[in-house]
Design a protein around this ligand. Structure first.
Ligand code: PLP
Ligand code: COI
Length: 365
């Protein structure tokens, strides 16, 4: 399905009874992750005859769907995850939002959905951030933005829908993991896989996450924070976590991360970490890394650190790895030095503390 070439104007309808200041300020003190939401949202519609239209920032409210709406049956749905940060001097910054727009377009193409033009995606994100600017926390917290699109045609035939809704909601967030900067534990999943060659692993579609939940529940049963998936063909090669990419830091200055081959999500944090690590003189190896090699490297001491990374989690050290045959520690089981440094470097860029030489931040206000 092709993109419409013209982007509609975005109108703004302000909430008549937004959350009172005192309640909002209280909620921002301990936001948690994904539990509280701002006063507004973005809505836009796409139909085969009109393309994108009716784009607006509007008071946040429940959506009413026809029970035959295609998304409820065939899961034609994609989403993005990005954050708006408040700098200490009051500037409001987005981090590489063009990359989210491009990935959203690629996810749309994979799921036979219309693309949201990059300028509409960016304008919509920025308008929502401006309208809900009082919801952006300061300090370590940020405003998580969740653009998503779903098929909304009332039709039960199996084919790409002829109607879609693009929506953006916003949620002030603190740390993704309850333990904060403490190293996380992983469960290595050897039964269920996340994505196979030719499938939707590189698209950010809701179905990938639905398919990961049984494995994530298994991880929780084993008292682990996250699941790590192996490849679907051999159940041997490390791919990624349920919602994060993964890196392995060796004692010889090399850093290994699984290659983008269509089965893992091309993380924007992953891409940024690769640039920052290279600038530090580290040798990045994007190559297949097996679970056997991981175990052997942890046992020999060659592996000194491992970390997970993504927008929600930023960088999280991996301390403990549990699997069907036992468990092992990575390094001393704590978040490693490189992980801490890279996290700090990234956060300083995102929050506008360090000078942005790479043009990664985009000022909204
Ligand atoms: N992998 C998966 C499956 C994810 O859901 C995410 C989060 O968005 C990532 C990796 C990291 O991507 P990004 O760094 O763009 O947030
Ligand atoms: C993100 O990091 O933005 C994600 O979408 C991952 C999800 C686990 C919250």
């Amino acid at each position: 399905m092709t993109a419409t070439s013209t982007s509609p104007e975005i109108t703004i309808e302000f909430h008549k009874s937004p959350v009172p200041d005192a309640d909002r300020i209280k909620a921002l003190e301990t936001p948690g992750f994904g539990k509280i939401f701002t006063d507004h949202m973005v809505l836009a519609r796409w139909t085969a005859d009109k393309g994108w239209h009716d784009a607006k920032v509007t008071p946040r409210r429940p959506l009413e769907l026809d029970p035959a709406s295609a998304v409820l049956h065939y899961a034609q749905e994609i989403f993005e995850g990005m954050k708006a940060y408040k700098a200490d001097d009051g500037r409001i910054l987005l981090f590489r939002p063009e990359e989210n727009a491009r990935r959203f377009a690629k996810s749309a193409a994979r799921m036979a959905m219309p693309e949201v033009p990059e300028d509409l995606f960016l304008k919509a994100v920025e308008e929502l951030v401006r309208v809900d600017k009082n919801w952006i926390p300061s300090g370590d917290a940020s405003l998580y933005l969740r653009p998503f699109m779903f098929a909304n045609e009332a039709f039960l035939g199996v084919r790409p829908a002829q109607e879609y809704i693009f929506c953006i909601i916003a949620s002030p967030v603190g740390a993704y993991f309850k333990g904060g900067a403490k190293a996380v534990s992983l469960w290595v999943e050897t039964t269920y896989t996340r994505a196979a060659a030719g499938g939707t692993g590189a698209a950010k579609c809701g179905g990938n996450y639905a398919a990961s939940l049984v494995a994530q529940a298994e991880a929780a049963k084993k008292d682990c924070d996250q699941v790590v998936f192996l490849d679907a063909a051999e159940h041997r090669w490390v791919e990624e976590l349920g919602g994060m990419n993964v890196f392995f830091v060796m004692n010889d200055g090399s850093v290994v991360t699984p290659p983008l081959g269509g089965t893992i999500l091309p993380g924007i944090t992953r891409a940024s970490v690769i640039v920052l690590a290279k600038e530090k003189g580290l040798r990045i190896e994007e190559r297949p890394y097996s679970f056997e090699e991981w175990q052997a490297d942890a046992a020999s001491g060659k592996l000194v650190e491992a970390f997970a990374c993504g927008t929600a989690a930023v960088l999280a050290g991996i301390g403990l790895v549990r699997h069907a045959g036992g468990e092992f520690k990575v390094g001393d089981g704590q978040t490693g030095k490189l992980t801490t440094d890279l996290r700090q470097q990234l956060v300083s860029l995102q929050k506008g503390i360090t000078n942005d030489e790479r043009g990664w931040t985009r000022r909204v206000l």
